[in-house]
Design a protein. Sequence first.
Lengths: 534, 129
Amino acid sequence: MTKPVRGIAGKPAALIRALLVEDSMEDAQLILRQLEKEGLCVRSDVVHDRKDFEEKVAANSYDVVIADYRLPDWRGIEAVDVLKEQGKDIPVIIVTGSLGDELAAECIRRGASDYVLKDRLARLPSAVLRTLAEQEARRKQERTEQLLRLQTKALEATATAVVITDREGRITWVNPAFTRLTGYRADEVIGQTPRFLKSGQHAAAFYRSLWGTILAGRVWQGELINQRKDGTCYTEEQTITPMVNDAGEITHFISIKQDATERKRAEEDRLRTLYLEVENKALMRADQMKSEFLADMSHEFRTPLNSILGFSELLLETCQNLSVEQQEDLRLIYQSAQNLLQLVNDSLDLARIEAGHVKLDRSIVPLKDTFARILDVFAPHFQQNNLRAGAEIHPPELAVFADSRRVEQILTNLVGNALKFTGRGSVTLAAHPTEAGVQISVADTGVGISAEELPHIFDKFYQARKQTESATRGTGLGLAITRQLVELHGGRIWAESAPGRGTTVFFLLPGEEAAQRARAKEQGRVANAHRAGG
Amino acid sequence: MSQTRTVLVVDDDPGSRRLLVRWLEEHGWRVLEAGTGEIALERVAEVTVDLILLDVRMPGHIDGLHAAVVMRQSPALRDVPIIAVSASPQEAFRDRALGAGCSAFLSKPVNLKLLMKEIERFVPTGESQ
């Protein structure tokens, strides 16, 4: 006796929640019975005036409103207006005793979904089902359209360029990112093939392979160098996906383009950094090998020199029966070996300075003490040769900010050099402050240097004053080392001379005030390090 | 002169070794020689010495630094003066030699008079240079 329960669009029946607008309980019963007879599963409320209707609609959710057109206090068709006011999308079916064509038309115009005459109530169930099915379809359509709108928005908002073409490759749609990437506006490119982007940097075979892949229905992925509207080139990562219809035919291609210029640059930067690191390591290794080589060289030179010097000394000290000439010969061996040792020491020193391996240990060095120490060392020489030694410091407490050991090395070289070429007269050390730092000079009253030779005296192995006869011939490196040491301090060295009128070598070293600057800088650095750390 | 003192000269360079041997013999020392760290360790195990002159940089398994460390671990050798001699005069070598237990450091070429002064400092002979 029970019919199978029916639901919307033939699906198993869901509960239909109906709101009946009816003043007659009999009519309401009739309507419900009619629906149940057709197997609809209905839960219903019944109201008969506007106030009740408004309250019920606000408080519950209904699938359908079935309203009597004629009520004592209200007209059922106005339910449509109330629903509209409340923003409820509930279909309204008008049930009425009699309805002229005009009224029927009015009902539909005002938004009723359907109308059923009371004497043909059997039509109601199918009207309800159709109405609900229509509404379901409309809602589905709305959801689809909304999703489409969202997807379009997303495609327009994304930073990735998207291009849709038809099967022939003619552009049908591009997003704003495409314009940002290429410089072409949508209206400039729609209907064209993307050939206008070609940079000419890919061979025809490249494009043939691309088309071969996508026309076969496969996804193509790769890197392309293309050209913007302004003529500049850029690298893009492109993915082209063929769209296939139900019949398996390609209808469109979707191309997604990512600007790879930045990534490419980052990659190149990384490679360059890596290369520099490797190169740097190689240089450091070479530098280390050079240092090791120099240390080994020094060791290998010193070992035989140890024997030459030692045995000359041994023979001179222990042999009782050497002739005066033999003693002289031995002294010459000894002195030559000493010179060779000095050369080894100087070469190593110079190499270490040039390689940047010499670090200065700066402090405030009072020149008065330093001058006194230097003159003390050379005192025997001054005495033997009857030379005067001078020291002039103004003001007397003048000091430099330098490595004291290196300052002494500089002065030892310069004074030693001056003494070699000064037969009589004096060697004078002097110092006074200048704008560029403390100027120190070593002045002799010796043979002097010619104008042609003067610019070269600080060059390596340049022996300005020919002295081949002298057993105390220098290594030719002393003045080169001296210049390097002065420059290492940030100073400058030069000489003034004329043949027969003596030579004065001047050099500049940072004064005491440089110590404060260095301290301030150090404090700044420490403070920065703290800030960076904190 | 009092009883004969014994010195061990350790150096892989024959010239340097002979120089020290001749100089020290000239000054009345009994001199033992070793050309490697291994031989040096054998010698000091056999003979009691008053002084060791040790080249710190030698080829072989046991260089001078290593030998010095081993010697200082032996109670008999803990207090024997070891004068390190090296043709590598860099500060680093001096520090390493002193760190390994050597008593003093001289660089090659050795100034023989300076060497005698150093020896006198550790093993007074009463003979003045």
